[in-house]
Design a protein around this ligand. Structure first.
Ligand SMILES: O=C(O)CCC(=O)C(=O)O
Length: 295
């Protein structure tokens, strides 16, 4: 992908480590989320620390806490770093993530939708409000997921994300919110996400994971998720990457902010290079030894 420059991450950091098991695929399909321990090289996450600091110091990243009056700068997030930083492009396009996402989504091909950095500093009081990712995407389709890869050990005390299993099968479309404030974005269509923590049955059903660098948690774009404050003394740095598969089409959503790439995409068309890099291709048919014909 010459457009994004030369990756400085060495190829061995990006190598596949292990296949995804049938059980992991079944868990993703049942729960809309799956924890995949040890699918990335921990050294890859360590190597992403410097590029992550570079984007944290750039105008690509916003202080989310400021939206709710915070002045401490303890919850920073940005998107689309792959468009400007070759290491982020390599992480999203050439690591094992695309082939893992393609397996979980049962998609022949896969395209990169967006990447994000999400950093909750020690003591950050900010919750990630419950939301579905699909609410923010100018897309429709069923084969869309987010991969969440921590650069630090993370768990409930450091703000690890919580997921509502099975919510990807709910039929409602949910309005996006301000991410640190549950207020839905003005003029958006759909239902307001229920107050998950105020409903004992929903709150009880939430799941979360203890994760380490090299682990990835993958959730479906319709899965309701959010996260607690970081009450620990450790940073919670993560890179999340969103991918779309064969059945995904551009679809403009009223009231949802759009990037120039989203505005340029023709509604109803599939994701396509170069603005939406194809990161996984169908396997070529294998020639049959007996007949010479593709099988
Ligand atoms: O990192 C967080 O707190 C939220 C992550 C999230 O919502 C996502 O990656 O889709």
């Amino acid at each position: 992908m010459p457009r994004y420059g030369k990756a400085v991450l060495s190829p061995d950091l990006l190598a596949d480590l292990r296949p995804i098991t049938d059980d992991e695929v079944a868990t993703f399909e049942r729960d809309g989320v799956v924890h995949l321990p040890g699918v990335l090289n921990p050294a890859l996450l360590a190597a992403m620390a410097e590029p992550l600091e570079a984007v944290l110091a750039s105008p690509e990243v916003a202080d989310l806490g400021a939206m709710v009056g915070g002045t401490d700068g303890t919850f920073a997030a940005g998107t689309d770093h792959f468009r400007t930083h070759p290491d982020f492009a390599a992480f999203s396009c050439r690591s094992p993530l695309p082939s893992i996402a393609a397996v979980l989504l049962r998609s022949q091909s896969l395209w990169l939708v967006e990447d994000s950095v999400l950093v909750k500093e020690p003591g950050s009081p900010h919750r990630t409000q419950f939301h579905t990712d699909l609410g923010y995407f100018h897309l429709r389709g069923t084969q869309i997921c987010t991969t969440w890869a921590p650069l630090d050990h993370a768990g409930p005390a450091s703000g690890m994300v919580q997921y509502l299993p099975g919510s990807h099968r709910w039929t409602q479309d949910f309005r996006p919110n301000y991410f640190v404030d549950p207020e839905p974005l003005a003029d958006t269509l759909g239902e307001v996400i229920p107050d998950i923590l105020a409903d004992p049955a929903l709150a009880e059903a939430l799941i979360t994971f203890e994760v380490a660098p090299g682990d990835v948690v993958i959730h479906h774009a319709r899965t309701i998720h959010g996260g607690p404050a970081n009450t620990s003394a450790t940073r919670r740095r993560a890179i999340s990457v969103r991918y779309g598969g064969d059945d995904v089409r551009h679809f403009r959503k009223i009231g949802v902010p759009a990037t120039r790439w989203q505005l340029a995409a023709l509604p109803g068309t599939p994701l396509a290079d170069p603005d939406w890099p194809q990161v996984h291709r169908p396997r070529p048919p294998r020639a049959s030894a007996a007949s010479g014909f593709p099988t």
